[in-house]
Structure formats: C-alpha cells, structure tokens
Design a protein around this ligand. Structure first.
Ligand SMILES: [Zn+2]
Length: 398
C-alpha cells in the first residue's frame, strides 16, 4: 500500500539532534517511509490512500519500552484482554517486553526460563495486535544460566535479558549473569528501586554500578524509587540508559530528567510505562509521561517525544522511532485536545495536557483515522481524502 499524509502543520522527527522537520507531507510505500517534508503532486496522487491531516502534528509512533506482555493480547495481572490494541489508540506502535514475569506459574529453572523467552519471542514475531509491533522474549536471569545458554538464546532470536526477579541471594549475584548475557550480545535490563514482588529485594545505585546493564529499568522506581543520591552516580559513572516510567515515582522521574540534562545525558533518557501492573492498564501512559516531562521538568515537548521514540529505538536497535526515509512507517497524528487552551499538539503537551490522537499508522497501514477511542477529541479533523483500498479506517472494527 502507498499512503500519503498531506496538510501537516508540524513534523516531529523523533531525533534528539534535529527534533523538528520542515514540510507538510509524508509519503509511505509498503512498510517504510519514502519521503518526509515534501512530495511531488504525482507522488501524492499515486497513493492508494491520502490522509488529510488538517494541520495536525506528525510524530513517530510511540515506543513503550516497558510493557508487561505475556501471551496473546492478555494481561493476567489485570485479567484483561485487548490491552495492546487499546495502547495503539494511545499512539503506541511498538511495545517492548519487560520480560514475561507475569505468566502465571512461570518457570524458574534454566530450561524453563529459556523456553519461556523463546516461546514469547516467537509468538509475537509476526503477530501485530491492533497493528502494534511487540518485541517479546526477555529471558529472566536466574542462577544457573551460563554463557552457553545466552549464546543459544541469541542464536534462536531472543534479544533481551532481564535482571531483578530471579531466585538470587543478593542482587550482586546478577553481576556475572549480566556480564555473560552481554557477552552473548543480549541487551540487558535491570529492575531498579524497591522490590515490586515480595522477596525480590531493592536494587539501588551500588548494584547498578556493579552490574552495568544496558538499561536501568524504571530508574524512577517500579514503583518505589531508589535513594535520590544514586541518580547522579548512575548518570555520571555509567553510560546505561535511564528509563523513566509512568507507573513510578513522579518526583524522581523529574529529578532524573533534570540531572540528565545537567550532565548532557538526555540522549540516554527513555520513556516506558511499566504497565500493565498493579498500577493498571495505561493506554495513554506514554502521553502522560511526555506531558509530565514537558510541563514539569522544562523539557521541550519535541525532546520529550524523542525520548519516547527515537531514543528508545536507538537504545534497542529498532528501525522505527524516527520520521525519516527508509524507517518503519509508524506515524501518529497528534493535535491539541478539543476544548483546551492551546492551539497545537506541542503547545498542549508543554501545558501539561494529554495530546489528542487523530490517526495511527503502523507498518504503513492506517489503523484508524479520525478519532482515538482513548484520548480526548482532536481540535482539527483528520480524514481520508481518498482511498482506493477496501478498508474501514474508523477504528471501530478490527
Ligand atoms: Zn516492570
């Protein structure tokens, strides 16, 4: 399918270095972006679907780097089906598994955790709930896993490893496990802060400095924060990614964002929701944290969006998260919410409002155009100007 999005008021690139792009048009061919900014009349006229954005803002599809997926579009923790499809209506086009710890009766032995990770990776490899890409299969680091196990997992397509819920005696027991997982080429992540599962123990700055995972998961607490003094140490003494989560401590999320900017480390700050959890299912969680950073920590709205898109893609090695030719065609149209005080999506976010979503396109396919069922209504009205494909774009059927 070829899709042209015309009449854009603003384009947010997702790239921290150059967060805004000039122009008013995006052309998509198949699952990739073809052009950003301008396009010839012939390129637009040749599209199968033309989306009139009515002056809205285009951003890359949001990447939630901390989602508790299990199997299917189901969360056992909240006993709810369809949550991932609902997150698409919150602008999330990619969900990255925070490890499949919520699978009821999850295995804890070496063969069991390996099989769980491989099965999860396979189950989501080609299946897109609501059009969303899910990067699943994060092996839970348990004592007994060896370098050979991690090599085997990497060969089988597992890309992620998670420290924090294993049957270790102390968090320092993760040090060799993280080192072996890294050596095998896995991207390593680590629970940060007070324990969220009884008995798993707090993980603080000292542990992170010894372990050196690629990503400090919910550095602002999941949901309980580590000591304030540890934030600066992690930022200054390591190069790990600083993941700020919606379902965490808001004060330390803002503290972390300010410190990251002070120490020129904002490129390491990434956003996730850490949901579904006991905190709930939050289809708009990414938009909330973007608005919190922009309105309370003086982060420019387009930079907060980059932390939720391009920065996540860079850390996790994804071909999405930026609006650039050849990148994955995951595009969200944002607008100021109807009835608000601001005129544009970015101004609304800076004001602390939840931006309204007018369309979500994933893998080059418009999943809905017009109205998200989760956000407030948009001020402007995006619409299908022309379509030659037999598809209902209203989002009411799927
Ligand atoms: Zn989590």
């Amino acid at each position: 399918m070829k899709v042209a999005i015309v009449n854009l008021g603003q384009i947010v690139s997702g790239d921290l270095g150059e967060p805004l792009s000039a122009g008013d048009t995006i052309v998509i061919e198949g699952e990739r972006i073809a052009t950003v900014g301008s396009a010839s009349a012939a390129a637009v006229e040749g599209a199968d679907v033309i989306v009139d954005a009515d002056g809205m803002t285009a951003i890359p599809g949001l990447i939630d780097s901390h989602v508790h997926v299990t199997f299917g579009d189901y969360t056992p923790r909240q006993r709810t089906v369809g949550f991932l499809e609902s997150y698409v209506h919150g602008g999330v086009t990619t969900a990255i598994s925070a490890s499949e710890v919520h699978v009821p009766g999850r295995p804890r032995d070496v063969e069991g955790v390996k099989a769980l990770a491989v099965a999860a990776q396979r189950c989501f490899a080609d299946w897109r709930p609501g059009g969303m890409r899910v990067i699943a299969g994060s092996v839970i680091l348990e004592p007994g896993l060896t370098r050979a196990d991690f090599d085997e997992l990497a060969k089988k397509g597992v890309r992620l490893a998670k420290a924090g819920f294993g049957a270790v005696k102390t968090a320092y027991d993760y040090v060799p496990l993280v080192a072996d997982a890294k050596a095998a080429g896995l991207l390593t992540t680590c629970h940060t802060g007070g324990s969220s599962i009884p008995g798993s123990g707090a993980i603080t700055g000292d542990h992170l400095l010894r372990m050196r995972p690629h990503v400090s998961f919910h550095i602002n607490g999941g949901p309980t924060a580590m000591p304030d003094r540890d934030f600066e140490r992690v930022i200054v003494e390591t190069d790990m990614a600083l993941q700020v989560c919606t379902a965490g401590n808001l004060r330390t999320a803002l503290l972390c964002a300010r410190l990251a900017r002070t120490h020129q480390a904002f490129h390491r700050l990434i956003i996730g929701t850490d949901t579904p959890t006991g905190s709930g299912i939050m289809p708009l969680g990414m938009l909330y944290t973007i608005a919190h950073l922009a309105s309370l920590a003086d982060v420019a709205p387009e930079l907060a969006i980059a932390a939720a898109t391009g920065s996540n893609a860079r850390i996790y090695g994804l071909e999405s998260g930026v609006l650039e030719p050849a990148c994955a065609a995951d595009v969200v149209l944002l607008d100021a919410p109807e009835g608000g005080t601001q005129a544009t999506a970015l101004a609304a976010i800076g004001n602390g409002d939840i931006a309204a979503i007018g369309a979500v396109i994933t893998a080059g396919v418009p999943r809905f155009v017009g109205r998200s069922r989760n956000t407030p209504a948009t001020t402007r009205k995006a619409r299908i100007a022309r379509s030659t494909v037999p598809q209902d774009f209203s989002g009411t059927t799927h």
